[in-house]
Write a protein that binds this ligand. Sequence first.
Ligand code: NAD
Ligand code: IPM
Ligand code: MN
Length: 357
Amino acid sequence: MMNYKIAIVPGDGIGPEVIGQTIRVLDKVGEKFGHKFEYTEVLAGGCAIDASGTCLPQETIDTCRASDAVLLGAVGGWKWDTLPGSERPEMALLGLRKELGLFANLRPALLFEDLAEACPLKAEIVEGGLDIVVVRELTGGIYFGEKGTKDTDMGLAAYDVEQYAEEEVRRIAEVAFDMAMKRNKKVTSVDKANVLESSRLWRRVVAEVGEKYPEVELNNLYIDNAAMQMVRNPKQFDVIVTSNIFGDILSDEASMITGSIGMLPSASLATGNFGMYEPVHGSAPDIAGKDMANPMATILSSAMMLRYTFGLSDEADAVESAVKKVLADGYRTSDIAKEGENAIGTVKTGDLIVEAI
Ligand code: NAD
Ligand code: IPM
Ligand code: MN
């Protein structure tokens, strides 16, 4: 029997609720396929601030490093919104990504057939389905550039610097092209090269990497146009590669096209097999504690963990098929339910997925 060590970071708000259902699903996978998943729960985010005064305790980083993979819920919430920037719960997430070298964030936006009616776009725009992967650079750019405040003749100014080094762009572009080779061989690089110096470097390096992949078609789009194309004709996209901040925004936009942000999983990968798996959504304080959160994004993130870090593709398929079956049977949490339709809760969704595995 194989033993897999998983660090569990439930976090805040709906984080513990969606993580709870995901662990039940993993336990069922372990039982069915004969694996042992060993969980170590650690604190990060607002709950860690409350417990220890810091959003990312060293013990959390050490436990994540000593594990085969990390599964994270979400961090943040109203309670901590007035803290100074460097002390906010969100810093735990950025700290983990940086400390663990997770530079490549894969955010697959897949429109499940049975959810077509939950997509807010006209049926003909998404007819035949939708299958996009946003490859988001995760440890560079404006999130990690120099920041500060200074006095100016317009009053106090605050700044955050967007900066990319060639090597940072090269390695994320390689992830995107490798991914495109296994898919429909199309990469769209999204930048703002008409204005930003960092985007001009980005575009040049992506083109250089692209020369090594002659079979892959490379297109460049400016972020403003890309955001518009995403709702005008999302089927034109296969793999989108973009910077940290543009990827953050575009992936939320892509998530809604698939029905709800409660559906979108993600994998944050380092070189090698190590990864942190997290839903694209946040801690949703507006619905926390109400058994309303859709756990599918986190459950599908655990399927990505089974596939990418553990190499367990049959097990990943089983989880994804179970999610599809629950949707096909007509069960939906309120974020994807039709108007007037009875919605089911977080725990019931977990029950049904466990049962379907
Ligand atoms: P959010 O993603 O938490 O919520 C946006 C909207 O989507 C809300 O109306 C929420 O109820 C809904 N929603 C989100 N996830 C859902 C789910 N699983 N099921 C059903 N509905 C869902 O974004 P926000 O409101 O901008 O941010 C709230 C907090 O979360 C902030 O503190 C933010 O910094 C943090 N955040 C954390 C992460 C993360 O930890 N990965 C990601 C995004 C935001
Ligand atoms: C995400 C989140 C985070 C980000 C925040 C909470 C720091 O929005 O994972 O998409 O911007 O990366
Ligand atoms: Mn985001």
